[in-house]
Write a protein that binds this ligand. Sequence first.
Ligand SMILES: [Zn+2]
Length: 472
Amino acid sequence: MSRLFQLLCLLGFTFQLKAQTSLSEETQSYVAQPRGHYVLQNLTILDGTGSAAVTNQDILIKDETIMAVGEDLSVPDGATAIDLTGKSAMPGMVMLHEHLFYPKTTPGGPYGLDQMTYSFPKLYLAGGVTTMRTAGSIMPAADVNIKKAIERGDKPGPKIDVTTPHIDREGTGVFELATINSSAHAADAVNFYADMGCTSVKVYNFITREDLSAIIDVAHARDMKVTGHICSITYREAADLGIDNLEHGFYSTADFIPDKEEDICHPFKMRNALLATGVDGKIVADLIDHLVKAEVALTSTINVFEPYTDREVVPGGGIDALFPPAKEKVFKRWASKQGKDSIDYLLFNKAKVWEKQFYDVGGLLVAGTDPTYDGRIVAGYANMRLLELFVEMGFTIPEAIKICTLHGAKYLEQDNTIGTIAKDKIADLLILDKDISRDISAIRSINMVIKNGIGYDSGKLFKAAEGYVGIR
Ligand SMILES: [Zn+2]
């Protein structure tokens, strides 16, 4: 053996060893199943494709790859067998409207947002999210840095596709956001954030069609997709300009405003038009048809519109994650809305029907939880809740799971490696104590979240963030 070859082998060995032991002490403290060679046995699996559950399944995992899925797999030499009788499995969630910020909890003063670099990545992973896209940012550098820290194994959290901050003209009034003043400025902003490490683009309420067109040109040239929470531009206009994704189901649709003024955002007119539009109106069906033909993905964030009356204070069960002043603020608001949100219910019920229609005619419906607004939406807990709401919307359990897994992966063009439980895919999956094929609320029984072949203790991650949402 030549000396060079010996040296290369040694280097290769060192690299391999490094890849296997590179988790920081902090990340390591959440690991329940180290990366290696193991067989998860006797699971009920919902594989993310939309197919019915299959019982009595084994999953063979080696390093970060699923080597085989099937009944009674033989345990290879050196592999560990783990009996999980009674438990179920589904793919890790791929969620597309997440944030690493949360509304300020300090009393008085201007409304504002605080960065949650510490608590949110832990909560997302604990709640079953193995890959997420943000959809807007208030501290893009912090988002990019935590993404890299997670990739290195320094911090626990999901894999992150970081979007730009919300690109917008003056008008929204969010203190943390910069504004653009021309279409050329908008294009420069995309380049600036792409150079910083952002990999997707988010546009917001007050941009013009010319801005959007300039943004899409630059973004697509840099291999980035563009999503929008829009208002000044209609869904139809955005689709025709080549946008890839629209946020918040049909809640941000200005298309139904009679005599809509071009490039002008009128939130109240939009809301009134939505209220006035018939649930099965032809105008809606035509728009859905147009979006599906243009291959625009639609993100449901239906959980952020979940009414208050007779529903959980923090949907998904995360009230104790909140810093005490945040808890008090959220509870007060929830209590004040009991029995007073009939209009919210009206829109909510309509939005549920429209989103399902979009899916039923072949649209790519994707999911995200949008932890913003009044503080009631908490990372991780909200992701579990959204899955439950999809079943409330009329989807079957396999369909609900598919929207939160395979559909997200498809949008990110990563469905060849993630989004389902299948041979040769990356081992990103959830182990649930209860059987999710029978009851969607079993999503609240996550035992372990396996990401890149490493199993993390969900309960421990949730615990670590307790009391921190609202401060860090
Ligand atoms: Zn958002």
